[in-house]
Design a protein around this ligand. Structure first.
Ligand SMILES: Cc1cc2nc3c(=O)[nH]c(=O)nc-3n(C[C@H](O)[C@H](O)[C@H](O)COP(=O)(O)OP(=O)(O)OC[C@H]3O[C@@H](n4cnc5c(N)ncnc54)[C@H](O)[C@@H]3O)c2cc1C
Ligand SMILES: *[C@@H]1O[C@H](CO)[C@@H](O)[C@H](O)[C@H]1NC(C)=O
Ligand SMILES: *[C@@H]1O[C@H](CO)[C@@H](O)[C@H](O)[C@H]1NC(C)=O
Ligand SMILES: *[C@@H]1O[C@H](CO)[C@@H](O)[C@H](O)[C@H]1NC(C)=O
Ligand SMILES: *[C@@H]1O[C@H](CO)[C@@H](O)[C@H](O)[C@H]1NC(C)=O
Ligand SMILES: *[C@@H]1O[C@H](CO)[C@@H](O)[C@H](O)[C@H]1NC(C)=O
Ligand SMILES: *[C@@H]1O[C@H](CO)[C@@H](O)[C@H](O)[C@H]1NC(C)=O
Ligand SMILES: *[C@@H]1O[C@H](CO)[C@@H](O)[C@H](O)[C@H]1NC(C)=O
Length: 576
């Protein structure tokens, strides 16, 4: 048995190549619907079928043109130097991507197939971008698109703003339903056994800034992102959703009273604590893009309130490295008390600087704010640390947010995230601080971004938010620079995060979790880390509402049923 018989081996190789050839000649199938169809396949719809489909969606079908096509000599649009320069200068703005029918904001998931920063002669292909997008403006468009994708065995993608850091709103060979223009907003007086009071009903395309503008006009506030452009109803609220009101009233997912959803079978249902409670539970925290297509969300709204907000920056200029990191530890040590006061703190740490932009206490005053920062400021004075500090009382949360939150670019960084339990901050700050220092000293440009919120300060409904959130004090995200002209370098940095930096945070937080919207895409044991003990129940619900697996998202619940091959093709995993 030690020496395999050479004849058998030849036979095995022969069989292997025949099956390989078969697989290549009929790529779509080794069983019924084993793979989704791709444009080069015989099963891909003919032009006349696309044209007929287009009529059924009122002419809203868009054939994809990669936005960076203007930077290349290709078959899409003519090369245009000034348009390309314009695109390069606005690439970092979220608008550039969410106003497009196919572009996404996480560059690693574009495979740089049409790169705005490469030479004009380098190729521009659709690659991982979707092939077609339906600009959906009503329920019928959504339903027709689900049906067409099912009939032709196409990869179906739900696209809202394209913010997703796991590339879940794109996919090779995809047909996307684009929810961006479903923008209805209304303020309602909600009355159910769970809640009586003001609420906002918003269409699937409503973005954070639009909801907060509408709320403010009505004298209300609503939980939205620190980033104003995320889609509230999409991956943001469905995945948890943090922002500056969270310690005051809870996560975005905790605010949801009901979802209107089109299921994979085309049926429109309302999911609430009393109607399809399983689906309501799953959609409220269990991640976007996999249980159904949400067409509207109704969430709690709260009275406007005076708010204290401030910023603080200090650096290592003129002090020792040890003193700088002692100040970092001092900053981290005051975070629990800010959370206890109903405040949140958005901060980042580089090799040489720590900055909080901003720290906000809805309902708080600058007097309270100053008292919380007092020990830190005293430490700065004692140790001759250079710093800037600013705090103000704002008549409304809205004003604080508008004034104190700097504009946010797309995340052209490679991320790795972990939810830090409060117990680690309180009991193991020296080790935590050493790890922070190791991370930012690893390589030039490595950052740590922190979002301190207390998502369990007020009572929250039973939903599928990762239980790790409820004991977490800070969502920590490592950011490594992404270089549009050095793909191999990006891969090396990505691997460094997964193999060396994430394990530091993981060892410090055994059994802990990560925020599914801001994680390391290579996260090991992701089912447990992203979803906690909710995973099995989420998977059951996914199978109940999408029994034919129409919806797929990278590391979304149920995604282990699929494998993505090198060319982006989506195929059923062998064990399924
Ligand atoms: C610059 C930037 C800033 C960010 N800031 C914050 C922040 O302050 N707080 C925070 O919590 N997160 C933040 N995030 C993470 C954000 O929550 C996620 O990127 C989230 O996925 C965005 O949701 P979206 O619907 O806007 O994006 P998309 O990329 O369009 O969609 C995200 C996921 O949701 C699915 N989806 C979208 N719409 C629907 C729908 N109608 N029905 C069903 N599934 C749908 C998509 O298929 C995809 O799986 C930020 C991300 C970026 C890039
Ligand atoms: C769909 O129809 C509209 C209106 O006729 C047209 O403008 C658009 O180009 C068509 N889309 C595709 C992909 O052909
Ligand atoms: C944000 O994006 C804009 C447009 O691409 C760019 O000019 C600017 O430098 C970016 N800012 C940061 C901090 O990355
Ligand atoms: C991604 O890029 C690699 C290398 O260029 C290529 O082999 C692969 O087919 C690409 N994938 C997609 C989906 O375009
Ligand atoms: C999508 O539809 C909206 C609403 O009808 C329209 O304003 C917008 O221009 C359309 N976008 C594209 C790219 O077709
Ligand atoms: C702090 O906020 C004030 C008021 O918005 C602003 O003028 C200042 O530039 C900010 N400082 C830092 C370091 O961000
Ligand atoms: C970090 O900063 C120190 C002091 O400013 C510098 O000597 C060191 O090279 C920096 N390291 C990295 C990785 O940027
Ligand atoms: C959140 O606030 C509650 C109530 O004040 C407190 O008991 C809990 O420890 C806090 N949790 C975190 C993670 O800060």
């Amino acid at each position: 048995m030690a020496n395999p018989c050479p004849a058998w081996r030849r036979l095995y190789l022969a069989v292997f190549s025949v099956t390989t050839l078969l697989a290549l000649s009929d790529t779509s199938d080794t069983g019924p619907h084993a793979c989704r169809c791709m444009p080069q396949d015989p099963c891909w719809p003919e032009d006349h079928q696309w044209a007929r489909f287009n009529k059924t969606v009122d002419g809203n079908l868009i054939a994809t043109v990669p936005i960076a096509s203007v930077c290349h000599i290709d078959s899409f649009t003519p090369y245009d130097q000034s348009q390309c320069a314009q695109l390069q200068s606005t690439w970092g703005f979220p608008e550039t991507h969410y106003e497009s029918s196919s572009s996404i904001m996480a560059p690693i998931f574009t495979n740089l197939s049409c790169n705005a920063f490469s030479s004009k002669t380098s190729p521009c292909t659709i690659g991982n971008y979707v092939q077609y997008t339906v600009n959906a403006t009503d329920v019928a468009h959504v339903r027709k698109t689900i049906n067409f994708a099912a009939r032709h065995n196409l990869r179906l993608v739900i696209r809202n703003t394209g913010h997703d850091l796991l590339g879940k709103s794109t996919g090779a060979g995809g047909l996307a339903i684009w929810m961006h223009y479903m923008k209805d907003i209304s303020i309602v007086d909600y009355d159910s056994s769970a809640y009586s009071g003001k609420a906002m009903k918003m269409g699937a395309g409503v973005q954070s800034f639009e909801a907060s503008d509408a709320a403010h006009t009505a004298g209300l506030v609503i939980v939205g992102g620190n980033c104003p452009t995320v889609g509230l109803t999409g991956g943001y609220s469905q995945g948890g959703g943090h922002g500056q009101l969270v310690s005051h009233v809870g996560l975005a997912a905790d605010q949801v009273l009901e979802w209107e959803v089109i299921l994979a079978n085309g049926k429109l249902v309302t999911a609430s604590p009393t109607n399809h409670p399983d689906l309501y539970w799953a959609l409220s925290g269990g991640g976007g893009g996999t249980y159904g297509v949400v067409v509207s969300m109704t969430s709690k709204a709260y009275p406007e309130l005076p708010t204290a907000s401030g910023n603080l920056t200090f650096s290592d200029t003129g002090i020792s490295r040890d003193t700088f990191f002692a100040a970092v530890a001092m900053f981290v040590s005051i975070l629990p008390s800010i959370g206890d006061a109903g405040g949140t703190s958005i901060w980042w740490l580089s090799n040489t600087t720590l900055s909080t932009t901003p720290t906000t206490i809805p309902g708080g005053t600058s007097t309270l704010f100053n008292s919380l920062f007092k020990p830190l400021i005293a430490f700065f004075e004692q140790n001759k640390i250079q710093y800037t500090y600013y705090v103000n009382d704002f008549p409304a949360y809205y004003d604080a947010y508008q004034t104190m939150s700097p504009p946010i670019n797309i995340t052209d960084q490679l991320p790795g995230g972990r939810l830090l339990p409060r117990s680690v901050v309180e009991q193991n700050l020296p080790d935590l601080n050493t790890i922070f220092r190791n991370i930012v000293e690893t390589n030039a440009g490595f950052l740590i971004s922190g979002v301190m919120v207390n998502s369990s300060r007020v009572s929250y409904p039973e939903n599928s938010v990762n239980p790790a959130w409820r004991v977490a004090l800070v969502n920590v995200v490592i950011g490594a620079p992404f270089d549009y002209t050095d793909w191999d370098g990006n891969f090396a940095r990505k691997q460094l995060i997964t193999d060396e930096l994430m394990p530091l945070l993981e060892e410090l937080t055994p059994g802990g979790g990560a925020y599914l919207n801001e994680p390391d895409p290579n996260q090991r044991d992701w089912q447990q880390v992203f979803y906690g003990d909710n995973y099995d129940r989420l998977l059951e619900i996914k199978r109940r509402y999408d029994p034919h697996n129409r919806l797929y998202g990278f590391k979304a619940v149920g995604s282990e049923a699929w494998t993505v091959s090198e060319n982006g093709r989506l195929c059923k995993s062998e064990s399924y």
